[in-house]
Design a protein around this ligand. Structure first.
Ligand SMILES: Cc1ncc(COP(=O)(O)O)c(C=O)c1O
Length: 335
């Protein structure tokens, strides 16, 4: 593991890479009570030539800095931390699988370490990195998921912290997910109700994309805008970038805009809903078969004998092609 301590008086101390071990923290440490914790999820990939690669690490560094700043933890130099992550990956090279789909998952984390029962800005913090080899999310190929849309339980709200990757955003989502599972659904589709409408935000811990035909017959790939309620996903941004570069010439309109679940249902009812998929580092894309909403089941357009739509499949292939260095691209950073 990689650890870097910070104190308000001395700033960042020297980084250390040590064997994986427990942290020893006073029970009054502020992270335990007031949730001073933010984290990232990224991966190290091994390409065909054996080189180690990261995927857009600058994005994870920028996001972690935004997250920690929101909870009064210290900002850090993202480029310097990336250099340390590279050193860490080189040292742990034997844990980076060399098969496509397999990676070393990297978990940068920052916690407030001040011992105090008072609530206030932590006077000390720990930035650390742990890692674990992981296999493909879908080892036997895609498995389309079913979602339960909910606006009664709200993941994020205007002026809240839905756009920060804070520990405090995750624990409250587990009970709603367990409840949805008792009804046979894999994930919650988080809606936000406003002005009599229910807007689509995110799914579980992924961003959401809908491909549909507009009433005038135009093909549109749509995802919710970065309005403070959505996590600015690296995969989301990559899909938007690739879609704008490669799909607009096929006639697709690429939209970051507010859209409602009613709009999705209407498209499905009129045969205009083409595909729905989640997007995140873990699975890259996660195709959706149906969405339960308001007592009806919205069919997301996947033929019964298929687990992924054409767009989801192409996005996964394009992004993995870049991640594993099969396609030369500035997003893939060779160590
Ligand atoms: C709430 C939430 N939304 C979206 C994402 C997808 O983000 P990324 O593509 O950076 O993994 C994640 C995962 O990190 C998440 O936790």
């Amino acid at each position: 593991m990689l650890t870097i301590e910070w104190t308000a008086s001395s700033g960042w101390l020297a980084p250390r890479i040590t064997p994986y071990q427990n942290l020893s923290l006073d029970p009054a440490t502020c992270v335990f009570h007031y949730a001073f914790t933010a984290f990232e999820g990224m991966k190290a990939y091994k390409d065909k030539t054996g080189s180690i690669r990261l995927f857009r690490p600058d994005k994870n560094m920028a996001r972690l800095n935004r997250s920690v700043a929101r909870i009064a933890l210290p900002k850090f130099d993202g480029e310097e931390f990336t250099k340390l992550i590279k050193e860490f990956c080189k040292l742990d090279e034997r844990f980076i699988p060399n098969q496509k789909g397999y990676t070393l998952y990297l978990r940068p984390t920052m916690i407030g370490t001040q011992r105090t029962l008072g609530v206030g800005p932590p006077g000390s913090a720990l930035l650390y990195l742990i890692a674990s080899p992981v296999g493909p999310y879908y080892p036997t190929g895609f498995k389309a998921i079913s979602l339960e849309a909910t606006s009664k339980i709200v993941r994020a709200w205007p002026g809240g912290v839905g756009d920060a990757k804070l520990g405090a955003n995750y624990a409250p989502c587990i009970v709603p997910q367990m409840d949805a599972a008792t009804r046979g659904f894999h994930q919650n589709l988080w809606l936000f109700a406003e002005g009599g409408e229910e807007y689509v935000t995110e799914v579980g811990t992924m961003n959401l994309f809908c491909a549909m035909k507009t009433k005038s017959g135009e093909k549109e790939l749509v995802t919710a805008p970065l309005d403070g309620m959505i996590l600015n996903g690296v995969t989301r941004d990559s899909i938007l970038g690739l879609a704008r570069e490669r799909l607009t010439k096929e006639g697709w309109k690429i939209s970051e805009r507010k859209f409602t679940i009613r709009e999705v249902k209407e498209a499905a009812d009129e045969g205009r809903l083409l595909e729905v998929f989640g997007a995140g580092t873990a699975a890259v894309v996660s195709p959706v078969r149906n969405i339960s909403w308001n007592g009806s089941l919205i069919n997301c357009g996947l033929p019964e004998d298929k687990e992924a739509g054409d767009l989801a499949q192409r996005m996964k292939d394009w992004i993995e092609g870049i991640q594993y260095g099969e396609e030369d691209h500035a997003w893939s950073v060779k160590i």
